[in-house]
Design a protein around this ligand. Structure first.
Ligand code: SAM
Length: 215
């Protein structure tokens, strides 16, 4: 595929995703019912407890939506960088957490965004976001997300993946996200599936970046 074709496809897909997400968030407040649906509540609580109360100096949340998990992360992270492609979601997230802690908001597509010069994180969270990117016409940019995200982790830092699945085929697909990071040298430290008795479960994987190299 030529570089020009790839960048045209990516621009088209970014516009399509942003439009779709804005329509979802314009329909209502909390369109995914994170604050009411028992599965979503169990998933968000399990994501928080998978972090085991650790403190983080600097966290990156990709696909922060309306900031509902960001709010939980504020209990553990001194500073959060939160990225989302939807300006509608971000605006609501900003309003929700206004004056509540240090969060730097970025409206961006994670396939293009880069942290400001040399910035690295000791926690990165990717919650229910990677499957939006795994589409045939933009697969190259999707595959690049894994090494790019891995390169933003400090030595020994933590990466949490949490993606919903319905059935074994989707579970295998979500495990593929975790395997890509493992093939880049990250080690799996925790994995669990949240099942609240409904059709969807959530695979939560916590990985650790390679420790600092001793001199
Ligand atoms: C289903 S919500 C997940 C929200 C939250 N991370 C969670 O785990 O509950 C997915 C979010 O990812 C965002 N998103 C989708 N594609 C994205 C992209 N390419 N770059 C950044 N954010 C994206 C959407 O706008 C949406 O807010």
């Amino acid at each position: 595929m030529s570089a020009l074709w790839s960048s045209l496809m990516l621009a088209w897909h970014r516009r399509k995703t942003r439009g779709k997400m804005d329509r979802v968030f314009n329909r209502s407040q909390d369109p995914y019912r994170y604050e009411q649906n028992p599965y979503e509540k169990a998933r968000l609580a399990a994501m928080e407890s998978a972090l085991q109360g650790r403190g983080f100096d600097s966290a990156l949340e990709v696909g922060c939506a309306e900031g509902i998990f960001t709010e939980r992360l504020l209990r553990q992270a001194r500073e959060i960088v939160a990225v989302d492609i939807s300006p509608v979601a971000l605006e609501r997230a900003q309003r929700r957490l206004s004056g509540r802690g240090r969060v730097l908001w970025h409206e961006a597509d994670i396939r293009q965004w880069e942290p400001e010069a040399g910035r690295r994180f000791d926690l990165i969270v990717l919650g229910d976001v990677l499957y939006y990117l795994d589409k045939p016409l933009v697969r190259e940019a999707f595959e690049q997300v894994f090494p790019r995200v891995a390169s933003w982790l400090r030595p020994g830092a933590c990466l949490m993946l949490a993606h919903g699945f319905a059935g074994p085929v989707e579970r295998e697909h979500r495990e593929g996200f975790r395997r890509r990071f493992q093939s880049l040298g990250l080690s799996l430290t925790h994995e669990s599936a949240v099942d609240a008795g409904g059709p969807v479960s959530c695979l939560i994987s916590v990985l650790s970046a390679p420790p600092p190299q001793s001199q």
